[in-house]
Design a protein. Structure first.
Length: 458
């Protein structure tokens, strides 16, 4: 389809800037910015925050600050005032990343941006250091083609992946800081490369750790096995009780019958995207989109027990597991976590002692897809993707700050976009981003900011 002069100019600027963006993303990926001092030095996060702050200063932001949040991490805030009477848009991303898991399992080093088969590989390349570059490229394109037509606030979080609520608490204590007409969250993505996508809902989350104790200490399985209660076996039974025969949630009081009304997700496409092995069934019931975006899910994300290599023939005295609970809009995360905790305690066999500790949590979120900003974004994405219409989906993951900002600014419009396509493997080994998606999404964001400004002054 023919491009408008504005689109052609913005797209040309972004294309010319892409080599610089690759170098910058490589610099940002090189910081081992996992916001957990037990795993990586806090200096890595501080250095990443300083890099983002310097990048905003280089773009002419007159106000740039490092915010010391209550969880001990730093978020980066920048403010670029717009023309008189222009709306203000808040751009969000985060610079902290998930741990790399087994670094030896990566095809290339996780903190070294590596190009391979048309994609850029590295931890945080898509989630969400690439989102930082997406915002920067969009602003640069506008600045080079007549100027940024809106007021811009930028907030780049330092502990989103840890769910420790630092920025949420800071925002609640400083409610004027992030106020905006539109909040553009750059931490989701397209359902697949080439399909522009807006995320309209987020599931909330609660993380629970369950500990089971049955004995004063481990025992020889030959001398005591068969009569001594095994804590690990008790834990396995308790975890199994969380699921029904289809693998869906089976927790009393936790509704699991919601339905999704937006863009669907065909079974075969999901199987391919998720890498489900031949002959293995999907779990749960109903449409895939219902299960991912409109219903709760329960995932056992870790178990403390002896590894196979080096295991001794022992009856285990204690066992521990961590559970990630996801809940759809309309369900309060803390309450849902309490239901799961009560279920686990009620299903403990043999009188085993059980403690359940609820840790990080984030509330679900539902955006208003009829708001004017959605019309501007649909137009921008259609042009940036050569006529492909915008998909509207949910996301099974959570971005805790979104619900906090929704409560603080009920009149703001919320849009969620990003660079995590189906091949990105975020949170896993060999995370990557498509440079083509970075380019087109940056153009889409620049077009959106321009058209939204025009729509509010028309």
């Amino acid at each position: 389809m023919p491009h408008s002069p504005q689109h052609a100019a913005l797209a040309g600027t972004v294309a010319a800037a892409l080599p610089t963006a690759r170098r910058e993303l490589a610099e940002l990926v090189a910081f081992r910015s996992v916001a957990d001092p037990r795993q990586f030095p806090p200096e890595e996060c501080r250095a990443a925050a300083e890099w983002v702050a310097d990048a905003l200063r280089a773009e002419g932001f007159p106000e740039v600050r490092l915010l010391d949040t209550p969880d001990g991490t730093q978020s980066v805030f920048g403010h670029l005032p717009g023309p008189a009477g222009a709306p203000t848009v808040l751009l969000y991303a985060h610079y902290d990343v998930q741990p790399p898991l087994d670094e030896a399992a990566w095809t290339s080093p996780p903190f070294e941006l590596t190009e391979r088969d048309g994609r850029w590989y590295g931890r945080g390349a898509a989630d969400c250091k690439g989102g930082v570059l997406m915002h920067l490229l969009a602003l640069r394109a506008l600045a080079a083609n007549g100027g940024v037509p809106v007021g811009v606030k930028v907030i780049v979080e330092g502990s989103e992946e840890q769910g420790t609520s630092g920025l949420e608490e800071y925002a609640q204590a400083h409610p004027e800081l992030l106020a905006a007409d539109v909040v553009l969250i750059g931490d989701t993505g397209n359902v697949r490369a080439g399909q522009p996508t807006v995320t309209a809902s987020l599931r909330g989350m609660a993380v629970l750790t369950v500990r089971v104790e049955t004995l004063a200490g481990n025992l020889h399985s030959g001398a005591f096995g068969g009569a001594a209660p095994d804590a690990l076996a008790a834990l396995v039974r308790m975890l199994d009780s969380l699921y029904d025969a289809d693998g869906g949630p089976a927790v009393n009081g936790l509704a699991a019958d919601g339905s999704w009304s937006g863009t669907g997700y065909p079974d075969e496409a999901f199987r391919a995207d998720a890498g489900v092995l031949d002959g293995v069934s999907l779990i749960g019931s109903g449409a895939v989109a219902d299960r991912l975006w409109a219903r709760p899910s329960i995932t056992v994300i870790g178990i403390d027990c002896p590894p196979v290599v080096g295991a001794t023939p022992s009856v285990q005295a204690t066992a521990r597991a961590q559970i990630a609970l996801r809940v759809p809009p309309g369900v309060e995360a803390k309450t849902a976590g309490e239901l799961v905790g009560a279920h686990l305690r009620a299903h403990a066999p043999w009188g085993a002692r059980v403690t359940v500790e609820q840790q990080g949590e984030g509330q679900p979120f539902q955006a208003d897809v009829t708001s004017p900003a959605y019309a501007s974004m649909a137009s921008a994405m259609r042009d940036a993707y050569d006529g492909t219409e915008m998909a509207v989906v949910g996301q099974g993951g959570s971005i805790p700050l979104t619900a906090t900002l929704g409560g603080l600014y009920p009149d703001a419009e919320f849009l969620m976009i990003g660079l995590s396509d189906a091949a990105a493997r975020i949170h896993a080994v060999d995370e990557s981003v498509s440079p083509d998606e970075l380019e087109r999404m940056s153009v889409a964001e620049a077009l959106f900011l321009s058209r939204y400004a025009q729509s509010t002054t028309a």
